[in-house]
Design a protein around this ligand. Sequence first.
Ligand code: GLV
Ligand code: MN
Ligand code: MN
Length: 418
Amino acid sequence: MTRPTDVPLRADLDRLMGRLAQLADVGRDPHGGTTRLALSDADRAGRDLVVGWMHDAGLDVTVDEVGNVVGIRPGRIDGPVVMTGSHIDTVRRAGAYDGNLGVLAGIELVERLDEERITTERPIAVAFFTNEEGARFQPDMLGSLAYVGGIDVREALDAPSIDGQRLGDELARIGYAGPHPCPGSAPAAFVELHIEQGPVLERAAVPIGVVTGVQAISWQQVTYTGRARHAGTTPMELRNDAGRAAIDAAHRVHEIAHEVGAPLVATIGSLRLEPDLVNVVPGRASFTVDVRHIDDAVLDAVDGRIADAAQLVAREHGVDLDRRRLARFAAVPFDPRIRSLIEDAARRLGLATTQLVSGAGHDAQMLARVCPTGMVFVPSTGGISHHPDEHTDTDAIAAGFAVLADVVRRLAGDEERA
Ligand code: GLV
Ligand code: MN
Ligand code: MN
């Protein structure tokens, strides 16, 4: 008799694609795409919708102290779960797939196992983690970081938002300050399905990416304080222009990135001038720097050069400098055994694979601290992500789901139909 593991488990694509579309409608942004910043009203509505689907799928759902949501399908034995999942918070004007795919595919997987009456030795858990994006609160991947004990829960709850709120207060306000203890129990393994968010798979015309690891990430905020003055009456040489300092320093960051060259990437994603008016010399100016590289030593050296340049600019313009670290995560390699399981699954399903490093941060990189972890990527059309045009073909989602299902079933030890 064939074991179900040899029969691929296929998604009910109408259900999965329908849910992706329904979730994308929560937090529709009038400027395009979807905006569900972490712990906003839209995030609450998205969470409520997804938790409802988790309950419909028969999962035993818990919410922990930092708002991470975990739904468990029992196995034949108790003990560590095989976990899958991702996040449902978004950047501003996001697409429909980043994070959402991994969570909804996890729920779909549980429902398909139930429909096929497949049981597993180990329990299977589907999780979504708080504030993966880091767009509203820093650091990014804060929920999964807390889940693995990488940040003290009190520190996580005290994280300030870009709009001046405290994470713990926002969590309580939206009703997701859960009772479950954080850090959570270490899973037996963690596998995350995610869109690539870059152009590699599409260019190679390969449907499945086997992620070897995640590149190192450095985020900081540079703030200059000078003196706000009248823009018409204050001679140039008598100014302490915080805005000019910020613009010069931001320009230096891009120059350094060009000097170091690929694969280094550097982004000034937020630039704020105060009081932000046409006829006032800015008294305060701040910008964020996101720098990433596969080699931690290169990233540290670049951070050092940026620090020196920012200091030099402060002296040139007679302004005060404050640099604040928002996040620094080392490069993370994924587990070789899980990588092989992904490759084997794809081979059995007749799907070509290529190995690649993730340019984006993911919850999986935090889970990798406590359990064997891997990621499956599916292609992003045009390599576009963090944008309303983010798209992944339904066929690619079907392929990614089938690989995820195979790997999770093998890790969980599935068995013949009851
Ligand atoms: C998170 O998604 C990031 O890589 O910025
Ligand atoms: Mn993501
Ligand atoms: Mn993202």
